[in-house]
Design a binder for this molecule. Structure first.
Ligand SMILES: *Cc1c(COP(=O)(O)O)cnc(C)c1O
Length: 260
């Protein structure tokens, strides 16, 4: 599989094997969680989070069958773009989006999971109008109440969704949440339950231009829990590529700090 890229020996060959195994383990984990919750395995998509992972390792994952990846910084999308050109993979954006990066991000991605304000939505819509293109988005909801994180508050989500739904180029496809970062179990589960309940509530409103098809929730430590609570997209990075080299909090806590 990766002989062409690696010469068939050395650390990359090992790495390819490990990534393939990890991927199989995550797919098995998804299948198991679907099984215990009586869900069809085809109702859950695996989105592979690739932040900090160099392009050559992302290629190994794509070789192993990954077809959906996401970054959380526009700068990283741009840096890796050339190396991934032409590969059979779709890209989403899952990070906090600064308004001066709106035009750039649209060059790379087919869906943005992290729309959490009317001002961001308006800027996206204005940019899209120039080309007549439509974009699928998810509304990011802050279910954990942690002040350092992004996302619209639960109580403000409906009014944001009503406003964004009037923007012609944007198609709201569902909701996304990050949940609690460093805890598991009941507390983490409650975030997922809240997102699901909000999804059900919004779906009942049957707003024009709003589909509540997707719940993007669950990461390496808690993706199985998220599936049991209804996730249709799980965003998993470290379970596939191994631990990120830097303190994980850096990628969440610091507003728009450039890559560390
Ligand atoms: C990094 C990231 C993930 C994946 O986290 P892992 O711990 O690598 O599984 C999921 N969602 C978002 C928004 C991320 O930035």
């Amino acid at each position: 599989m990766s002989e062409i890229m690696t010469g068939g020996e050395g650390p990359d060959f090992e790495d390819a094997r490990r990534i393939t195994e990890n991927l199989a383990a995550v797919r098995a984990g998804i299948a198991a969680a679907c099984e215990t919750s009586g869900r069809d395995v085809s109702s859950v998509r695996l989105l592979v989070a690739t932040k900090t992972v160099p392009a050559h390792r992302i290629r190994l994952a794509i070789d192993a069958g990954v077809d959906l990846i996401a970054e959380n910084r526009v700068q990283e999308l741009a840096t890796k773009d050339g190396a991934l050109a032409g590969l059979p993979v779709r890209r989403h954006f899952v990070g906090h989006l600064q308004s001066n990066k709106v035009r750039d991000v649209l060059r790379y991605v087919s869906c943005i999971h992290s729309v959490d304000s009317m001002s961001l939505a308006s800027k996206l819509a204005r940019e899209l109008e120039k080309t007549g293109r439509q974009l699928e988005i998810l509304i990011q909801v802050n279910t954990s109440g942690e002040a350092s994180k992004f996302g619209v508050g639960l109580e403000d989500a409906e009014s944001l969704i009503r406003s964004v739904s009037r923007l012609e180029p944007l198609r709201i496809m569902g909701l996304m949440t990050i949940g609690l970062l460093f805890s598991h179990g009941e507390a983490a589960r409650r975030c997922f339950v809240e997102l699901r309940q909000l999804r059900d509530h919004i779906a009942r409103l049957a707003l024009p231009g709003v589909e509540m098809a997707h719940l993007s929730m669950g990461m390496t430590p808690d993706y199985q829990e998220a599936i049991r609570e209804g996730a249709t997209i799980v965003r998993v990075g470290q379970a596939i590529f191994g631990p990120r080299p830097t303190r994980p909090g850096l990628f969440w806590d610091e507003r728009d700090r450039d890559q560390v």
